[in-house]
Design a protein around this ligand. Sequence first.
Ligand SMILES: Cc1cc2nc3c(=O)[nH]c(=O)nc-3n(C[C@H](O)[C@H](O)[C@H](O)COP(=O)(O)OP(=O)(O)OC[C@H]3O[C@@H](n4cnc5c(N)ncnc54)[C@H](O)[C@@H]3O)c2cc1C
Ligand code: SF4
Ligand code: SF4
Ligand code: SF4
Length: 386
Amino acid sequence: MQLFDDKGKCCGCGLCAAVCKKKAITMKMDNMGFIYPEIDGNLCIECGKCVKICSYNNQEKFYTPIECYAALAKNKDVLSKSASGGIFATIANQFIESGGWICGAVMDFKDGRAFCYHLVTNKLDDIKRMQGSKYVQSDITDALLKINKLIQQKEKILFCGTPCQVSAIQKLSINYEQLYTIDIICHGVPSVHLYNEFLKCKASRNGEICGFLFRDKSRGKGFKAKIIEKKGKERKERMYPAHLLSYYHYFLKSLIYRENCYTCKYAKETRCSDMTIGDYWGIQKIFEKKIELDFEQSWSCVIINNIKGKVLLEETKTSFDLVQTQLNDIKQGNAQLSRPSQKSEERDKILKLFEKEGYKAVEKDFKRKLGLKYYGLLLRNYMFGR
Ligand SMILES: Cc1cc2nc3c(=O)[nH]c(=O)nc-3n(C[C@H](O)[C@H](O)[C@H](O)COP(=O)(O)OP(=O)(O)OC[C@H]3O[C@@H](n4cnc5c(N)ncnc54)[C@H](O)[C@@H]3O)c2cc1C
Ligand code: SF4
Ligand code: SF4
Ligand code: SF4
């Protein structure tokens, strides 16, 4: 039994493993740190279920967006912890209060290593853990099994994740009325292994990274990371602009994604979820001459794809500053609504270097390219606010 003939045809969702009754499929890491399914021929009975259910072997349903908005949560606390306008947290809060379950990405740390996975919960307190973008592949294998159980129990569920994850979740039960889905506009995911090796390079001697925020807003909007490190009883926080962190810089430049992200079939205008959310890049240019908005904040774009998406927004709309907009305006700042990220030769060079010599070599190469002296100066200026 063969699941795919090249790595560009597997997003690592783990759906095949979740549906295999014989437990013949294990998700395994390759040399570059990406996870792929592996079939144990001794356990496999060749029923074909795994191949049939995989998104890469299916024609999916894509919706043509019906309405678009720029949105910003009114609650300042929600806003400060969210990557952009706090759409997910506001909707998730309402969803749990009306008796439902939610599923979103969290990132835990243990012994200096990060674990990024989708948590299924009906506790309001867990929403905080889901807020904020984690720019790494999140593991949904456990969530798939839990959501499957909730579907059988006829519970109401809201899932938020990348479009390929949404697609996998939807395949658990076609046309299941109580499943609501939100996809994030996505340009690709690196592996959690690469991320952990990068974190090791960032830890000081005897220190251990115990927290990482990709979109810390304490110095305003944008791509600013906060690294939290533990050293004995001491806890230290450091701030970095994205372009001074190798992993973050390479992530934003599309240089470290999974192979399949460069041919992503979800990077287009029509969408597989009920609602699509993302950063509203370029909002100032679109609105500055028309209406007065607070452009110092990170606004989200919200794309309503069908009636369920409309219901999600309708039930929460008084919690947002909401302005109607056009899909073409959102697309101007978000290429992923038109095409996948472009793969370059540099992507393969960086990942091959990682495979052969480890992350220290990647970090060294990054600093060399940036200019070591220049790197130190930039960092000092940033940290001391000059
Ligand atoms: C890997 C990745 C790539 C992205 N690329 C783009 C892009 O190209 N253009 C754009 O406009 N926006 C992109 N985003 C989305 C953006 O960063 C914000 O998440 C979005 O604007 C929603 O903001 P929010 O304030 O409503 O919610 P937030 O509170 O920031 O987060 C909302 C949800 O994001 C989900 N999430 C966080 N990390 C992950 C993850 N690793 N995997 C799956 N789901 C996750 C969580 O489930 C959470 O429920 C990306 C996000 C991720 C995680
Ligand atoms: S179901 Fe998911 S993990 Fe399995 S082969 Fe298909 S894309 Fe890959
Ligand atoms: S063919 Fe059937 S038994 Fe074999 S791995 Fe796929 S689902 Fe499991
Ligand atoms: S770019 Fe496409 S394939 Fe890659 S994580 Fe995002 S949705 Fe999935």
